[in-house]
Design a protein around this ligand. Structure first.
Ligand SMILES: [Zn+2]
Ligand SMILES: [Zn+2]
Length: 135
């Protein structure tokens, strides 16, 4: 069970959480708003029609929900999301948690281009005398 030992606004536009295992997570408000776990937003994400999230969205209030979650009153009026600590920890965007490294990746990406599906048509004027003329 993920439990935070410290929750603070790391900078003006970020939420910082230090977990009991010493790990530190940082979430921008826009990221949190876009990751809202409420049924409404979840439904939008499934349909792929997520609403536009302003870059400067921020909560007017951060409230604890019991001892297991946080809720945010976002400046765009949305406040129905309950962000459990487990959910927050799982979506930690840091490099360690996402497994991606900064800088060029050592493995070149496989190129998948070239399968356009067009069948080769007959080349114009390609029929010439064939055969080496045995005789
Ligand atoms: Zn929501
Ligand atoms: Zn992390």
């Amino acid at each position: 069970m993920a439990r935070p030992v410290d929750i603070r606004q790391a900078s003006g536009d970020e939420l910082g959480i230090t977990w009991e295992d010493g790990h530190e997570s940082r979430y921008t408000w826009q990221f949190l708003r876009a990751s809202c776990p409420c049924a409404w937003c979840n439904d939008l994400r499934i349909k792929g029609t997520s609403e536009y999230i302003a870059a400067d969205v921020r909560p007017s209030m951060v409230s604890p929900v019991g001892r297991y979650a946080l809720s945010f009153d976002f400046s765009d009026g949305h406040s129905t999301g309950i962000y459990s600590f487990e959910y927050l920890r799982r979506m930690c965007p840091c490099l360690e948690c996402t497994g991606s490294e900064a800088g060029p990746s050592p493995n070149p990406l496989p190129e998948g281009e070239g399968f356009a599906g067009s069948s080769p048509s007959r080349l114009p004027g390609g029929e010439g005398p064939s055969g080496s003329g045995s005789g």
